[in-house]
Design a protein around this ligand. Structure first.
Ligand SMILES: [Fe+2]
Length: 441
C-alpha cells in the first residue's frame, strides 16, 4: 500500500510502525545522534520489504564515504533488487544513486540526487545525502545551490526548514558569503539549538575570518547543545575548537582536546581519523612533539589498509605514515594510489588532479626535501577543492606549502604566501608568526 511520510514524500511500502521507526532513524541522521542503522534495522526486521528503509540503510553506509561501506551498500542493493517491482519511481531513482556510488560514479550520483530533489524537494534524506556528497566532492557551488533550490518547498517552523537553513549556511560559508551564512546559521540554531551542522557552519565562518578567540568561546559555551554523549559529529566540532586554540598558540589546550574528544581511542573510521591527522599535522609543522600519538594513528591507517578509494582520505593517511616515520608504509601507499589513479572513476580524476601531487609533496616533506615539496604543492593549491573537504580542512595544504617555503629558504614564496594569509586573517597569531619567520629569511 502506497503511503507518505511526514513531509508528504511517497513511499511504496510502509505502515504506521515502520514509518515511525523511519522518522526516528532520519532524525538520528539529521542531528547526528545515536546509530541510525541500528534504528532502521528495527523496521527492516519486522518489515523486510520496507523499500525506503533499505534505501535509508544503504545511504548511512554511503555517508561514511569509505571503501568498507561498498560491501554493505551492495548487499543492500541485492535485497532491493528483489523489491524493485513494487518500488515507486523516486525509490528506483534512489536505488540508482546507490548503484552509482558503489560503482565510483560520484558525479552521476550527485546529478541523480539533484533530479530527485527537483521532483521532490521535501525528500529530506536526499537533501542531506546530496549535501554530504557535495562536501565529499568539494563542490562548494552545489553545497549552496542544492539547498537553495529546495528551500522554498519548506515552511518556516518545520524541522526540515531549520535543517535546510543550517546546510545552506555551510554552503554559503564555503562560497565566502560569510554574512548570510552567519545569519542563516543563527536562524537554524534559533529553530533548534542542537542542530550541530548549523553550529558547525558558524564555526567555519569564524575559522575563515580568523575569529579564533570568539570561536573557542562560542563552541565551548554551547557544548551542551552539540557535544552530547551520543553525538556522532562532536569529534569534528571539537576539532574546530582545538584549531581555534592552536591558532592562538595554545598547544596544550589543543592536545588536551585531541586526547579527550578527537581521538580518544583506537577509532578506525576514516572520517574521524582524518581530523586526528589534521590536528597533529598542524602541530608537526610547528615542530611540536606529540609523543606516541602519530604511531597510534598510523596503526589505525595500516589496519584499514585503504588506498585509492578517496583522495582526501589518502592525503591524511600519507601524513600519518610520513610523520610516524613509516617510510615503507608511505611508499606502499603512494604506489597503491598511483595504480588506482589509472582507473576511470570519479576518485581517479581527483587523485590525478590533486591527490597524487599532494602525496608526492608529503613524501618530499618526509625526506626533508622542502623545495621539492613546494614545487608539488604550488601548482595545485588553488584547485585543491577538487579532491573534497572544506576550506578549513584543506588549509593544511596551504600551511604545508608555507612551511616548505620557509624551510627551503624560498624567501619570495614564503613572504608572499604569509602576506596573503595575514591579509585574510590579520589577527591570527599563527599568520603573524609565519610572516615574522618569512621576514627573517
Ligand atoms: Fe568542519
Amino acid at each position: 500500500m502506497s503511503v507518505t511520510d511526514r513531509r508528504g514524500v511517497a513511499f511504496s511500502v510502509g505502515d504506521d510502525g515502520s514509518l515511525e521507526i523511519y522518522e526516528r532513524a532520519l532524525s538520528a541522521f539529521n542531528f547526528y545522534r545515536g546509530d541510525p542503522v541500528a534504528i532502521i534495522d528495527e523496521a527492516l526486521e519486522v518489515a523486510p520489504n520496507f523499500v525506503m528503509g533499505e534505501i535509508f540503510r544503504g545511504y548511512m553506509f554511503v555517508s561514511s564515504w569509505e571503501e568498507s561501506a561498498v560491501v554493505e551498500v551492495n548487499t543492500g542493493l541485492a535485497r532491493l533488487d528483489v523489491l524493485v517491482d513494487g518500488a515507486n519511481e523516486r525509490e528506483r531513482a534512489h536505488m540508482a544513486v546507490l548503484r552509482d556510488w558503489s560503482a565510483g560514479d560520484w558525479q552521476g550520483m550527485r546529478t541523480r540526487l539533484d533530479r530527485i530533489l527537483m521532483e521532490c524537494p521535501r525528500d529530506l534524506l536526499a537533501l542531506q545525502i546530496g549535501h554530504l556528497a557535495d562536501f565529499f566532492m568539494g563542490d562548494r557551488d552545489n553545497l549552496r545551490g542544492r539547498i537553495a533550490r529546495a528551500l522554498p518547498a519548506w515552511l518556516e517552523g518545520e524541522v526540515g526548514h531549520g535543517l535546510a537553513l543550517g546546510m545552506l549556511a555551510f554552503g554559503q560559508e564555503e562560497c565566502g558569503d560569510y554574512r548570510r551564512s552567519e545569519e542563516n546559521a543563527g536562524r537554524a540554531l534559533n529553530a533548534n539549538a542542537t542542530d550541530c551542522w548549523a553550529r558547525h557552519a558558524l564555526a567555519h565562518v569564524m575559522e575563515m575570518e580568523g575569529r579564533q578567540a570568539e570561536g573557542a568561546q562560542f563552541m565551548e559555551e554551547s557544548a551542551a547543545h552539540w557535544a552530547q554523549e551520543d553525538n556522532t559529529f562532536a569529534f569534528h566540532n571539537w576539532w574546530h575548537t582545538a584549531l581555534f586554540h592552536l591558532d592562538q598558540g595554545d598547544v596544550a589546550k589543543s592536545l588536551k582536546l585531541y586526547d579527550s574528544s578527537i581521538h580518544p581511542g583506537s577509532e578506525e573510521a576514516q572520517v574521524t581519523l582524518l581530523d586526528s591527522v589534521s590536528l597533529l599535522w598542524r602541530l608537526h609543522l610547528g615542530g611540536e612533539d606529540v609523543g606516541a600519538r602519530w604511531q597510534s594513528v598510523a596503526d589505525c591507517y595500516e589496519a584499514l589498509g585503504e588506498a585509492g578509494f578517496y583522495a582526501f582520505n589518502d592525503m591524511h593517511a600519507m601524513m600519518a605514515y610520513t610523520a610516524a616515520g613509516r617510510r615503507d608504509a608511505a611508499e606502499k601507499h603512494l604506489a597503491a594510489v598511483e595504480k588506482a589513479a589509472q582507473k576511470a572513476d570519479a576518485n581517479s580524476e581527483m587523485e590525478r588532479c590533486v591527490g597524487l601531487p599532494v602525496l608526492r609533496a608529503l613524501a618530499a616533506f618526509g625526506r626533508h626535501d622542502f623545495a621539492q615539496c613546494a614545487e608539488h604543492l604550488l601548482p595545485i593549491r588553488d584547485r585543491s577543492h577538487a579532491f573534497g573537504g572544506s576550506h578549513a580542512q584543506r588549509d593544511i595544504i596551504h600551511r604545508t606549502l608555507i612551511e616548505a617555503a620557509l624551510r627551503s629558504s624560498d624567501k619570495a614564496l614564503a613572504e608572499t604566501l604569509s602576506e596573503e594569509r595575514l591579509m585574510l586573517k590579520p589577527k591570527c597569531s599563527y599568520s603573524l608568526s609565519l610572516k615574522e619567520r618569512a621576514n627573517m629569511i
